[in-house]
Design a protein around this ligand. Structure first.
Ligand code: XIL
Length: 370
């Protein structure tokens, strides 16, 4: 059935997010952001906006090995603890990111050889999962282990030739098995980028699927796949392809989460922000339409606070004001929420008109659903 929802939202400059946070239309669904202590300490309005919009958080950097174990054997949980506390304080769920990654690592870790690296991997995972036992229920155990130029041909994949792979070729198995042994109650995720099904990176998307399928078939403990979903207005996946990958993971018995979404723009133009809004919408719809997709997280709060400053990738602008993409997500959540309340499967076309101030923003969303 064709869904059309045209929503006119009007806002006065002083409208607080409290009135229309995305989280208000989520039911059990999780909509989150990457939290960053630098900003809640230094940017006015950051915490209020984050708290009002989202019901889930992840530390942008605070729970990485580089923060927890900057010095070998010296564990400092203060940053990760404070991000978790911030989430709890603001009534948000929290996901752990990430235990083992090749990038942005301290020198001591990158320079370890053979068994020393193997032991450090096991020790780090063990110590972190013990510290967060009962507090963080989902962790990205390994981040970005598949080579970005993998073609996915013949059911295969290429491993990224990082120090992790070079020194400990079975580091992925080791990491997941260790994590499961230390805390059997934690959901274990493999997280990667270019695995959402964009045409230019279809090979990588297929390769990540092949790699994960192999893990499942060999009995390596894994519960879910994180689809980072860092895309551009010039390179993005079709709804059908995102759905297809999510369904394939479901067939393997795995959950998925969109873990780090952002949409880079080349220009700060209205046309590009419309495209950006549409692409955010495609991702959210695919997740909401896939029974195994239970969370949708954005990698930052606002354009000028992004890891990709200069490409306007987020749903709030530099003044923490909602962009077109924000309203698209809000309208989709309302539409799904409304549809769920209305019936038990008999979908209905929805037209919602909300009028709350001045400045009109008109959004048209449209998608096919069965
Ligand atoms: C990035 C952070 O946003 C930056 O602040 C940091 O300097 C480097 O890491 N994929 C991931 C994230 O899994 O951890 C990365 O985060 C972005 C790409």
């Amino acid at each position: 059935m064709k869904f059309i929802s045209v929503i006119s939202l009007t806002f006065s400059a002083t409208l607080a997010f409290a009135e229309i946070g995305l989280r208000e239309y989520t039911n059990d669904f999780k909509i989150g952001l990457a939290l960053n202590s630098t900003f809640w300490e230094g940017v006015e309005g950051y915490t209020e906006a984050a708290r009002n919009i989202f019901n889930m958080g992840v530390a942008e950097n605070g729970c990485k090995l580089s923060h927890i174990q900057a010095e070998k054997g010296v564990y400092d949980f203060s940053q990760c603890d404070s991000h978790l506390a911030k989430a709890i304080e603001n009534n948000m769920d929290f996901r752990g990111h990430c235990l083992i990654w090749h990038n942005y690592q301290p020198e001591w870790f990158v320079n370890l050889k053979g068994d020393d690296l193997r032991n450090a991997i096991v020790e780090h995972i063990t110590t972190v999962l013990n510290h967060y036992r009962g507090k963080i229920d989902t962790w990205d155990v390994v981040n970005e282990a598949v080579d970005n130029d993998s073609t996915g041909e013949n059911g295969g994949w290429e491993m990224r030739k990082s120090f992790l792979y070079n020194e400990v070729p079975d580091f992925v198995d080791l990491a997941f098995k260790t994590a499961r042994e230390v805390d059997p109650n934690v959901k274990l995720y493999y997280n990667d980028y270019n695995n959402e099904g964009s045409p230019e990176k279809m090979g990588k998307s297929i390769a990540v699927y092949n790699f994960v399928k192999d893990m499942v078939e060999r009995g390596v403990p894994i519960d879910g796949v994180g689809i980072q979903y860092h895309i551009k207005t010039s390179s993005y996946p079709a709804y059908e392809d995102v759905m297809d990958f999510m369904a394939k993971y479901a067939q393997l018995g795995l959950e998925v989460q969109i873990t780090e979404m952002d949409v880079r723009c080349d220009n700060n133009t209205k046309e590009e922000f419309e495209k950006q809004a549409e692409l955010y919408g495609v991702a959210l719809r695919a997740c909401l339409d896939s029974p195994n997709c239970n969370a949708f997280l954005i990698w930052g709060l606002a354009d000028n606070l992004s890891w990709k400053v200069g490409s306007y990738p987020d749903i709030l602008d530099d003044d923490l004001k909602p962009k077109h993409a924000y309203y698209t997500l809000l309208n989709i959540l309302k539409e799904y929420n409304y549809t769920q309340e209305l019936d038990n499967g008999n979908e209905t076309d929805v037209d919602i008109e909300v009028d709350v101030g001045s400045d009109v923003v008109e959004i048209e969303t449209d998608s096919d659903s069965e």
